[in-house]
Ligand binder design. Structure first.
Ligand code: AP5
Ligand code: MG
Length: 218
């Protein structure tokens, strides 16, 4: 299955993509994670992306399209992939359509996580992840089972994202509404958009996504 998870910052794309990749046994391709890795490694793309991400704006379409094209061509995507954070503009969506036609890998579904803007700041402000394995948590909604210990790898080191502050989140939300929300009608017109209530508890959102996937494969 070739899936897109679509939604504003904090909607739960990364959380659900992590769970889905285990269930479907296909990789999640998170452009935010890819860019953060590039910033950390100090690559050319990382240098270009760093200030843009800190400002809560979007990295250029050319960079993002090339990044995702190369990633989808890797062998682990042969059976499918889950896109988290891409596409984010109409230009990216059109380029994705074109490259997937060339690769013979049509999109199966686009799953929108619908969430009110008010809850997003709370979600983002409480988010942290394991510094060693990257597993995502939340101070209130998804704490570690044992205090200060990663459930998955046992590490005691955690990090918070540089762009997870109130000011940057406001810019990220504006960018979403102006540049990414127009993708909803774009995919609705192709009859591949499904919407899921992203305000529910994490396990209930997962159940709704599984239901949508089950209906699609009938
Ligand atoms: P990116 O990393 O994609 O950030 P984002 O879209 O702002 O989304 P987030 O990662 O903040 O939220 P999420 O939906 O993954 O939520 P999560 O599951 O973590 O992009 C970062 C930046 O990179 C962009 O601003 C841009 O500059 C650049 N970029 C990336 N892709 C780009 C592209 N294609 N083009 C141009 N620029 C690009 O959940 C949030 C928190 O809530 C977590 O703590 C989680 O535990 C909790 N939570 C999740 N679900 C629930 C629930 N149902 N109930 C309660 N809590 C929940
Ligand atoms: Mg994310």
């Amino acid at each position: 299955m070739n899936l897109i998870l679509l939604g504003p910052p904090g909607a739960g794309k990364g959380t659900q993509a992590e769970l889905l990749q285990k269930k479907l046994n296909v990789p999640k391709l998170s452009t935010g994670d890819m860019l953060r890795a590039a910033v950390k490694a100090g690559t050319e793309i990382g240098k270009l992306a760093d200030s843009v991400m800190k400002a809560g704006q979007l990295v250029s379409d050319d960079i993002m399209i090339n990044l995702i094209r190369e990633r989808i061509l890797e062998s682990d995507c042969a059976q499918g992939f889950i896109l988290d954070g891409f596409p984010r503009t109409t230009a990216q969506a059109e380029a994705l359509d074109k490259m997937l036609v060339q690769m013979g890998k049509p999109l199966s579904l686009v799953i929108e996580l619908t969430v009110n803007d008010e809850i997003l700041i709370e979600r983002i402000a409480g988010r942290f992840s394991c510094a060693a394995c990257g597993t995502g948590y939340h101070d209130v909604f998804k704490p570690t089972q044992v205090k200060d210990t990663c459930d998955i790898c046992g590490s005691h080191e955690f990090i918070r994202r540089k762009d997870d502050n109130r000011e940057t989140v406001t810019s990220r939300l504006s960018a979403y509404h102006a540049q990414t929300a127009p993708l909803l009608p774009y995919y609705r017109n192709k009859s591949i958009l499904r919407s899921v209530d992203g305000m529910a508890e994490i396990k209930d959102v997962t159940a709704s996504i599984n239901k949508v996937l089950g209906e699609a494969s009938k």
